[in-house]
Design a protein around this ligand. Structure first.
Ligand SMILES: O=C1O[C@H]([C@@H](O)CO)C(O)=C1O
Length: 597
């Protein structure tokens, strides 16, 4: 793929805004691949004054940790005008997406779908005739730059709830397709702009469809449903799950699912596809993302024909966390004789408890993990760790637990926290348990939902619980825990996950809510960095690593160390031509010295 990232005027929800698009499109193009394929994306930064990177959400980047697309962690941001080549393998079939991972560029619209089919000759554990892809997002009229400044200002300015929920990049602000069914809402007029006309999903009757659904929302958690169509859940985050029938899905930012539907309903009616905001109090009147499922051959005008649809699905109560937990507990690993579904090791080698707190550092509102609010360094951590550049790293070792007397049900007694790069170092081949522990925010009796996402891995979700985690009394599921890369943390509760450190790299683990990560809600796992062999030129030529690489002359032939326009596919050795010359020189010198002695 040859992609240009640029700002464009666009009307995602019928209101003109600046949107970050790819090749003049918003959302970016859908990538469709087969398991085992190599993906090459030549990304040119056409933003005039900002760097850019793209993260391939859910792709583990086996042996290509430098292609994970996290600015200041796995690579230097690509400068305006520069081109960078992402070169990685999609090793496993599933539903994924990609998005910006620098500042709040995901919220600016830098995202698209990434679907991986099974390799030729391989079979999914379910059958379907065709598929549709749905990418959910949320949209603000305030630019992400204003949002970012507000979040780091004193006094703090919160971004508020989204103006619109988008389905495949389209929403309607100030009106609703389902206007007559939503208290206080008005129906959209016919002549809404093409850029915000809902995408109608037209399907053939009497077939089985796979619906791939991913959420790249900045903030919103969503309840997704398709009117009159029961959904059979078959995949979560690129892993097969036990088939279970549901009427709706609770989908948090960073989650992906596949469901199967039978198109067995009366074909002359249209059916609503709806995404209602949950887990945070939504605005009034409700502003769900809406579109329609339509049976061919009748091709509807979505605005005119929406009222002739079956009844609009009713939203759940936004704070129905009991329903949310019941849905989460239905997601279990598929048990299969035909497929090898990895089981978790029965015990762990190291357990890390991560307390999530909201803090007030002299009027600056931050989120912290074990009292450290993540601030990324200017040199990518992959480089500082690989080359042992201590100046690029925090000397402070992050805490593995939090004080026994901390009351997770109350606001913090001391709301102050520290800032830094919270890097946990892991040896190769050990089993890590992480307990993500939620707490009360600064406001009494309040705790929020946080979806946590791990890069470079799938993890087993061992369980969820209320209050403070206790190793004696908290139940963990070792029998059939689902493998995922994203997991919800419920208010005032805990979530336990397990993974094995078998993928050398530097992997962020963070809240997938964009403003929360911006406010420090994450940590970094540095895993067996000594085993990372090659890093192509163009990845680390910034900050302290630029100096090291130049000084050692071990990389880019480009004397300025600027990201090379096209690193060769598969990566080039960090030992560039100059490094080889140096080695020969040292070898000759040692030989002469031995001879003289
Ligand atoms: O990070 C957040 O800040 C606000 C609020 O807690 C303080 O204004 C909010 O709702 C968040 O999720």
């Amino acid at each position: 793929y040859d992609w240009n990232v640029e700002y464009m005027y666009w009307k995602p929800d019928c209101v003109e805004s600046l949107v970050m698009g790819i090749n003049g499109k918003f959302p970016g193009p859908t990538i469709t691949a087969k398991a085992g394929d190599t993906i090459l994306v030549k990304l040119t930064n056409k933003l005039h004054t900002e760097g850019v990177v793209i993260h391939w959400h859910g792709i583990r980047q086996l042996e290509t940790p430098w292609a994970d697309g996290t600015a200041a962690i796995s690579q230097c941001a690509i400068n305006p005008g520069d081109t960078f080549l992402y070169n990685f393998t999609v090793d496993k079939a599933g539903t994924y997406f990609y998005h910006g991972h620098y500042g709040m560029q995901r919220s600016a619209g830098l995202y698209g779908s990434l679907n991986v089919d099974v390799a030729d000759g391989a079979k999914e554990p379910f059958a379907y005739d065709d598929e549709i892809t749905i990418l959910l997002s949320d949209w603000w009229h305030q630019s992400v730059h204003k949002q970012e400044v507000g979040l780091s200002s004193k006094p703090f300015r919160w971004i508020g709830e989204p103006q619109s929920i988008l389905i495949n990049g389209k929403g309607q602000f100030g009106c609703s397709l389902g206007g007559e069914f939503i208290n206080g809402s008005t129906k959209c007029s016919q002549d809404i702009d093409e850029q915000c006309q809902p995408e109608v999903f037209s399907i053939q009757p009497k077939k089985k469809y796979r619906v791939r659904i991913a959420s790249t929302t900045s903030l919103a958690s969503l309840n997704f449903s398709i009117g009159n169509h029961t959904m059979t859940l078959v995949e979560a985050d690129g892993n097969y799950v036990q088939q279970v029938e549901v009427d709706s899905l609770n989908i948090y930012s960073g989650d992906t699912y596949s469901v199967l539907i039978e198109t067995n309903q009366y074909p002359s009616t249209n059916y609503w596809i709806s995404a209602y905001q949950i887990a945070r109090k939504p605005p009034h009147p409700l502003r769900p993302g809406l579109t329609i499922l339509n049976y061919k051959p009748k091709a509807p005008n979505p605005v005119l024909d929406a009222p002739s649809s079956s009844p609009l699905p009713t939203p759940p109560l936004w704070n129905d966390f009991t329903g949310g937990k019941s849905f989460a507990s239905k997601i279990l690993a598929l048990q299969s004789d035909q497929l090898t579904i990895p089981k978790p090791p029965t015990s762990f080698d190291r357990r890390i408890v991560l307390l999530n707190t909201q803090n007030n550092n002299s009027g600056y509102i931050r989120w912290s993990i074990n009292n450290v609010s993540l601030v990324l360094p200017t040199t990518p951590l992959l480089g500082s760790l690989k080359y042992g550049l201590l100046n690029g790293l925090d000397s402070e070792k992050p805490a593995e637990d939090f004080p026994a007397n901390y009351d997770v049900m109350k606001p913090p007694v001391n709301p102050n926290s520290n800032s830094g790069g919270s890097v946990y170092k892991f040896d190769y081949g050990i089993t890590i348990d992480v307990i993500i522990q939620n707490a009360n925010v600064l406001e009494p009796h309040t705790s929020e939902v946080h979806p946590w996402h791990l890069h470079g891995h799938d993890f087993w979700v061992l369980g969820y619980g209320e209050g403070r985690f206790s190793s004696e009394s908290s139940n963990l599921n070792l029998k059939n825990p689902p493998l995922r890369n994203n997991v919800v943390l419920f208010p005032h509760g805990w979530t336990a996950i397990r993974f094995v450190t078998d993928n050398p790299g530097v992997w962020p683990f963070h809240c997938h809510i964009e403003p929360h990560l911006h406010m420090g809600m994450g940590v970094v796992f540095a895993e067996a960095v000594n085993r990372i062999k090659t890093v192509p030129s163009g990845v680390l030529e910034c900050g302290l690593t630029a100096k090291t690489i130049l000084a050692d002359s071990i990389t880019s032939p480009d004397p300025l160390g600027a990201p090379s326009p096209s690193p060769s596919p598969g990566g080039v050795s960090s030992l560039g031509p100059m490094g080889a010359v140096n080695l020969i020189f040292i070898y000759l010198f040692v030989l002469c010295w031995l001879y003289v002695c």
